[in-house]
Design a protein around this ligand. Structure first.
Ligand SMILES: Nc1ncnc2c1ncn2[C@@H]1O[C@H](COP(=O)(O)OP(=O)(O)OP(=O)(O)O)[C@@H](O)[C@H]1O
Ligand SMILES: [Mg+2]
Length: 390
């Protein structure tokens, strides 16, 4: 079929033609967003799931809903090795400038801007000193202790938003890369906001290990956040994710082709997009058949290997690679850390630091004590498929 009209969107964060199976999560988010605007208590949410399940796409969708409901939004992708304060500063500055446009919020926005200026000075962030054209406010958000200053800053932002008759939504992607102390301060800040009933909301997305991280960070995180699980799509939704876009282009797809794609992808969104994309291009008629879905397999796997799997694998050191290959050889996960150690002829204790390093890189996580699993779905099949060339 005409590749120009191919509706599928494989790619990190690419908006899918059909956002299948996420209505309940979006409805919950919308309720929280509308409640926040009314200054009613609403829980922040953390979307947790494996690689390629659609967390970024969800976060983008939530940002859109928030903007449709008079929220000023700030979107951050937590990078490895950059501080939260540094990331927040220019974006909060922008948010405050937007809030200050509302007549009733001028005074409060000005106060928040001063707190931001203090904050920038306390954390020695260049941007602030040079371009926030207000006097810092002594004693507010300037102690240099993030656990203290971030909540004070958030309160000021919340007050400005309330004065403007708006709300502020902060969205952070890849939360697992936040530094421990940044995450802890963020949790304290959100707690404070919640107690003060200010119209501020937080949505985060990250790998499953974040649940444990935030629990460690502050014991009340469990109660502060809602953790909607984002995973593979159930059969009916996975099929819709393929069928709808095809029909939207005036074409069709056979039921057995859909079944084939569902079985091979196990309903993982990234794989669905890639398979749909290739099957569309392979098909010659106006209907995608089982034959087409099957013929698309080698090309789909090549694309996934090169674009989705290899980039992750390449980030590992040779020693770390040895570890994950040993995991893959044990079959489908989760794996016992002890079994991986046995396979490598070492003790689990000796391998602890290496394992921790691979977790920090977001490649594996521990679903329960002593267990280890890949954060990338079907990563073991990828490794086994490519052992010779790795
Ligand atoms: N609900 C959905 N229905 C169909 N396709 C989806 C859905 N959600 C995401 N996708 C598709 O899946 C792919 C991955 O989405 P996204 O980048 O949001 O995943 P992610 O969880 O953020 O992955 P990563 O952890 O690698 O950042 C994209 O091509 C996107 O179009
Ligand atoms: Mg993402």
């Amino acid at each position: 079929m005409d590749p120009v009209r191919n509706p599928f969107a494989p790619g990190a964060g690419s908006h899918p033609p059909e956002l299948a199976g996420r209505q309940a999560i979006l409805d919950d988010a919308r309720v929280a967003i509308e409640r926040a605007l009314l200054c009613k208590s609403s829980r922040s949410q953390l979307f947790l799931g494996l690689r390629g399940v659609g967390k970024t796409v969800l976060l983008n969708a939530v940002e859109g809903i928030a903007q449709d409901h008079a929220h000023i939004t700030t979107f951050i992708e937590a990078p490895e090795g950059k501080s939260l304060a540094e990331q927040l500063l220019p974006r909060v500055h922008l948010a405050l400038r937007k809030l200050s446009l509302a007549e009733h919020a001028k005074a409060k926005a000005h106060e928040a801007m001063r707190a931001l200026r203090s904050f920038a000075a306390a954390f020695k962030i260049e941007y602030g000193d040079t371009s926030i054209a207000v006097e810092p406010e002594a004693g507010i958000a300037d102690s240099g202790d993030l656990d203290n200053d971030l909540p004070e800053l958030f309160v000021r932002i919340g007050e400005a938003a309330r004065a403007a008759g708006k709300a502020w939504t902060l969205l952070i992607d890849e939360v697992q890369y936040l530094r421990q102390k940044d995450l802890a301060a963020l949790i304290v800040a959100l707690h404070k906001i919640n107690q003060a009933r200010l119209p501020v909301l937080f949505f985060g997305a990250g790998l499953p290990q974040v649940a444990a991280l935030s629990g460690d960070a502050k014991s009340y995180a469990e109660r502060l956040f809602h953790y909607p699980e984002v995973g593979a799509l159930p059969e009916a939704d996975a099929k819709e994710a393929i069928r709808q876009p095809v029909q939207g282009e005036g074409a069709a797809i056979d039921e057995d082709a859909l079944a084939e794609i569902f079985i091979k992808t196990q309903g993982y969104p990234y794989f669905l997009q890639e398979w749909g994309h290739q099957a569309w291009n392979v098909a010659t008629g106006t209907t995608i058949t089982l034959q087409d879905a099957r013929q698309a397999e080698p090309k789909t796997l090549r694309r996934l290997d090169a674009g989705f799997f290899k980039v992750r694998f390449d980030r590992l050191t040779p020693k770390e690679r040895e570890y994950v290959v040993a995991m893959a050889r044990l079959g489908d996960g989760p794996y016992r850390s002890g079994d991986v150690a046995d396979a490598l002829g070492e003790t689990a204790q000796a391998l602890g630091p290496r394992r921790a390093q691979i977790i920090a890189k977001g490649m594996i996580y521990s679903p329960s004590h002593g267990d280890i699993a890949f954060t990338v779905p079907m990563f073991n099949s990828y490794l086994m498929r490519n052992l010779a060339s790795l």
